[in-house]
Write a protein that binds this ligand. Structure first.
Ligand code: DCS
Length: 481
């Protein structure tokens, strides 16, 4: 009997080959245990509100009014909403073509794209053109749209950091392209060595791959490092020499927990380098409302900015975006608010600053508690989370544990993370889901659990880990970096 198109056996192989560990085996097991009544701490996804973070008041007030514009006609509206939220809601409603229930332009509302361009200009000190900014349903959709334009067939390669956030590996396999890995140096705080890049490109070329683009995640997920300006300059020079499009994933630009290396955008570094580079390197930069102190993951708002992309290509990207009609309109308003928050003197300013500072300062403390906690555990080493939302400790698994994992038919880090989950309810993602060097094992956890719960979580991790290490400990040494 012939197969139908949606029978499993006849599905598109790219769909079957694509892996996304953040919602993989560990997550499924955690959901099962939760159904059975076990308390689960979901640290597998960078989803701050799911772990108790409160939404910022001002943006929710504005969007609430945009969603329910009849409230604006209520004579008592001023008793519930501050005047600046009311005027902002009117401003955004004016920018739409029929409120939140109407499609917008497929690139997003022109008025919001203008606000994004003004933000970029303030941040970088260089002009930004709203025509080269597209609003998207979260950064993910933007990344997918751009990779879709770049990948033509399986001979097209995309340089991706390893470890990486699996949006990249999954999308590249879905589109039938080839992931070309470049390894980050764990012993150098997950630094990026341009020599590794050269090697990766040379190796890919020797296999007949055309390397077309390079991804950087800055600050890094899952690795948490912040790229230095000097490093970004080397990367841009490399992209120029090799004629690669640079995809700058900068979704964690507000999440910085050290002062030595503040966030600096790829666009600014490129512009600082001047001509000819600043006019040649093709760059797409991504941002989102899901991260930072906003953490509005469920709203699905994002944008990308295109630099040095020819107008005819921009037209093609617009055409493809048009197939999906319009990004979420309420998310576009969140983006507008993120890039133009209350200003000094506005009624809501003090509260906005208090709330956002409170979140960021707490994240900074949590990053420290987690790193120190991991480093106090037997056979665990962990670089400090300089930015983003994750901790990525290396677990030096004893030989016996690796053997036990093999017997159980599991990858060793999956085996460890499953045991951790069963024993403590802490739901992490095994390092293999992000890629790692052969024979080296990690896990990823977010730094998002409530600060007051953090010491208890780390204690429970330590207890589990130390017991695991004595159960499987042997004198034959450990997996090495
Ligand atoms: N880029 C990076 C580096 C990310 O970590 C994420 C989300 C995205 C893009 C996409 O975000 P939005 O589509 O929501 O804008 N990070 C996932 C993660 O690792 N945990 O939670 C989500």
């Amino acid at each position: 009997m012939s197969l139908k198109a949606l029978d499993y056996e006849s599905l598109n192989e790219n769909v079957k080959n694509c892996q996304y560990a953040v919602r993989g085996e560990l997550y499924l097991r955690a959901s099962e245990l939760q159904k059975e009544g076990k308390k689960i701490i979901f640290t597998n996804v960078g989803n701050p509100h799911a772990l108790g973070q409160k939404p910022l008041t001002f943006p929710r007030q504005v969007v609430a009014l945009c969603q329910a514009p009849f409230l604006l006609d209520n004579p008592n509206v001023g008793m519930i909403f501050p005047a600046d939220a009311i005027s902002r809601a009117k401003h955004y409603l004016f920018l739409t073509s029929g409120g939140l229930g109407a499609y917008s332009d497929s690139r997003g509302l022109p008025g919001v794209r203008k606000e994004v361009a003004e933000f970029i200009q303030r941040r970088d000190g260089y002009p930004s053109d709203p025509e080269l900014i597209f609003l998207t349903d979260g950064a993910s959709k933007g990344v997918m749209q751009i990779l879709n334009c770049i990948i033509r067939n399986q001979k097209d390669g995309i340089l991706v950091p390893v470890p990486q956030y699996p949006l990249y590996s999954a999308t590249i396999s879905l589109l039938g392209g080839t992931l070309v890995p470049y390894y980050l140096e764990e012993t150098d705080n997950w630094g990026l060595d341009v020599n590794n890049l050269r090697q990766s490109v040379a190796q890919a070329r020797s296999q007949g791959i055309t390397v077309r683009a390079m991804v950087i995640i800055n600050p890094g997920n899952p690795t948490g490092q912040c790229l230095s300006e000097a490093n970004l300059r080397e990367i841009l020079k490399f992209c120029c020499d090799e004629r690669l499009v640079l995809l700058g994933d900068e979704v964690y630009q507000q999440n910085i927990y050290q002062d030595e290396r503040p966030f600096i955008s790829s666009k600014k570094v490129l512009m600082d380098m001047g001509a000819p580079l600043s006019k040649e390197v093709q760059l797409i930069s991504f941002h989102t409302v899901s991260k930072g102190y906003w953490g509005e993951c469920g709203q699905r708002g994002g944008y990308f900015e295109m630099t040095n992309i020819p107008p005819r290509t921009v037209e093609e990207i617009y055409k493809v975006a048009s197939i999906a009609l319009s990004p979420n309109v309420s998310a576009q308003i969140f983006m507008g608010l993120m890039v133009s928050p209350p200003k000094p003197g506005d009624i809501s300013y003090d509260q906005f600053v208090r709330e956002s500072k409170g979140i960021l300062e707490s994240l900074r403390r949590r990053a420290r508690i987690m790193t120190d906690g991991f480093n106090s555990c037997k056979n665990v080493v962990c670089n400090f989370t300089e930015g983003a939302m994750y901790s990525f400790p290396q677990i030096k698994l004893p030989t016996k544990a690796i053997q036990a994992a093999k017997q159980a038919g599991k990858v060793p880090d999956v085996f460890y993370c499953l045991k951790l989950l069963e024993a403590t309810g802490i739901s992490t993602v095994p390092g293999s889901g992000f890629g790692q060097k052969e024979g080296v094992f990690h896990l990823r956890t977010t730094i998002l659990p409530a600060e007051e719960e953090m010491p208890e979580i780390m204690e429970s991790f330590k207890k589990f880990n130390d017991e695991f290490m004595s159960q499987y400990g042997d004198n034959f040494g450990y997996s090495r970096m």
